[in-house]
Design a protein around this ligand. Structure first.
Ligand SMILES: *[C@@H]1O[C@H](CO)[C@@H](O)[C@H](O)[C@H]1NC(C)=O
Ligand SMILES: *[C@@H]1O[C@H](CO)[C@@H](O)[C@H](O)[C@H]1NC(C)=O
Ligand SMILES: *[C@@H]1O[C@H](CO)[C@@H](O)[C@H](O)[C@H]1NC(C)=O
Ligand SMILES: *[C@@H]1O[C@H](CO)[C@@H](O)[C@H](O)[C@H]1NC(C)=O
Length: 330
């Protein structure tokens, strides 16, 4: 029994050591991949199967890409989305097709009745794209996070952050409807942040989402069509009320179920499945993050890419950034 106890203790300390060794002490910091020299705001990031990163930005119609594996990547135009001036999220459809939400951008929104879901074909490395079609989505002023339904892979859910609802767009029939509304999708009357549901991610039957105004990461069961079939479970709530200086943006999940969420104005936080939240990038460690907007898991699952909006307020412009952070605990 004594021996058994010793062996258990040895195993426990080895497990502990293994984790520390894998993480390093201190754990890795984010590294910079790219930064715009001008006032370009990067709103979202999408990892293509080729390993290139698609970036959605505000101000131009061009969806751009860069290769994060080369020493000094440059951005190149992939496809122009009509005469839009801003893109939010990208979701993969089958057959090298991608859905991109775009419209005429305004501060914290889009002009009513200018938003559309573009379906683009993107192939090759470096990636080249062409517009297959654009589906008007009238009556919304913000299509934000986007996720394709696993069992209806040509249909996407889109987070209408301003109206606090989920839109559903079938890219084959071109039908647009409201999938569902719920108080958990609204801004909760936050006087500082008029935005509710933001990032979306579907894993099996669960839809995960961040809510900027309410300061929550939550999940809910959905059916094949994206309808809500259970009550919303809040995984975590920010320890202090959400403000412009403390707000979740988009996020991704690793295969262990940890969420990595962009937290304005300067952090990325890891949220364990039990809701415990820790800072993994920014906040004084590694490069300064200027308005982190989105996080996406790399293809190998071993790191995350982070996009930022930049900071155009001061005397010197900080352009939008792309960074990478090695993960060590999954
Ligand atoms: C900002 O920089 C990028 C990359 O060099 C360039 O493609 C883009 O045209 C620039 N935007 C403006 C508004 O100058
Ligand atoms: C471009 O803008 C014009 C005027 O706002 C609009 O009528 C037209 O449909 C837009 N074209 C595309 C391809 O979005
Ligand atoms: C957006 O436009 C639609 C009609 O085109 C209108 O019904 C709706 O009230 C508008 N929304 C806002 C917030 O103005
Ligand atoms: C951010 O850094 C400050 C200063 O080091 C520290 O006091 C604070 O606890 C950190 N915030 C979080 C959420 O870890």
């Amino acid at each position: 029994m004594h021996l058994l106890l010793v062996r258990v203790l040895v195993l426990l300390s080895l497990a502990g050591l293994a984790e520390v060794a894998a993480c390093g002490n201190p754990p890795p910091s984010a590294t910079s991949i790219y930064q715009y020299a001008n006032a370009t705001f990067i709103e979202n990031i999408f990892v293509l199967p080729s390993g290139y990163l698609l970036l959605s930005t505000f101000d131009t119609a061009n969806l751009v890409a860069l290769d994060p594996r080369v020493a000094s990547p440059t951005v190149r135009n992939v496809v122009a989305l009509g005469n839009t001036t801003g893109h939010t999220a990208v979701a993969a459809l089958p057959n090298n097709l991608y859905a991109v939400a775009a419209g005429e951008h305004t501060p914290f929104g889009f002009v009513n009745n200018t938003m559309a879901l573009y379906v683009v074909s993107i192939t090759g490395a470096p990636p080249r794209g062409s517009v297959v079609t654009s589906i008007p989505v009238p009556g919304t002023m913000m299509m934000n996070g986007l996720a394709a339904l696993p069992r209806r892979p040509y249909t996407v859910l889109s987070a209408d952050s301003i109206a606090g609802r989920l839109l559903r767009i079938n890219t084959i029939t071109r039908q647009v409807d409201v999938a569902w509304t719920d108080a958990a999708l609204g801004s909760g009357g936050n006087p500082d942040i008029p935005l509710g549901v933001n990032g979306l991610k579907i894993v099996g039957d669960w839809l995960y989402f961040t809510n900027s105004g309410q300061g929550t990461l939550a999940r809910v069961r959905i059916d094949a069509e994206g309808n809500k079939v259970g009550s919303v479970q809040v995984i975590t709530t920010l320890p202090t009320p959400a403000t412009m200086a403390n707000a979740y943006d988009d996020f991704d999940l690793d295969r262990c179920g940890n969420a990595y969420a962009a937290l304005h104005p300067d952090k990325v936080v890891k949220i364990a499945p039990n809701g415990v939240q820790t800072v993994v990038a920014g906040n004084g460690t590694g490069p300064t993050l200027e308005s982190p907007t989105a996080v996406k898991l790399a293809l190998d699952g071993k790191s995350i890419y982070i996009s930022t909006g930049g900071n155009f307020a001061g005397p010197t412009i900080t352009g939008g950034q792309v960074l990478n952070l090695k993960l060590c605990s999954c």
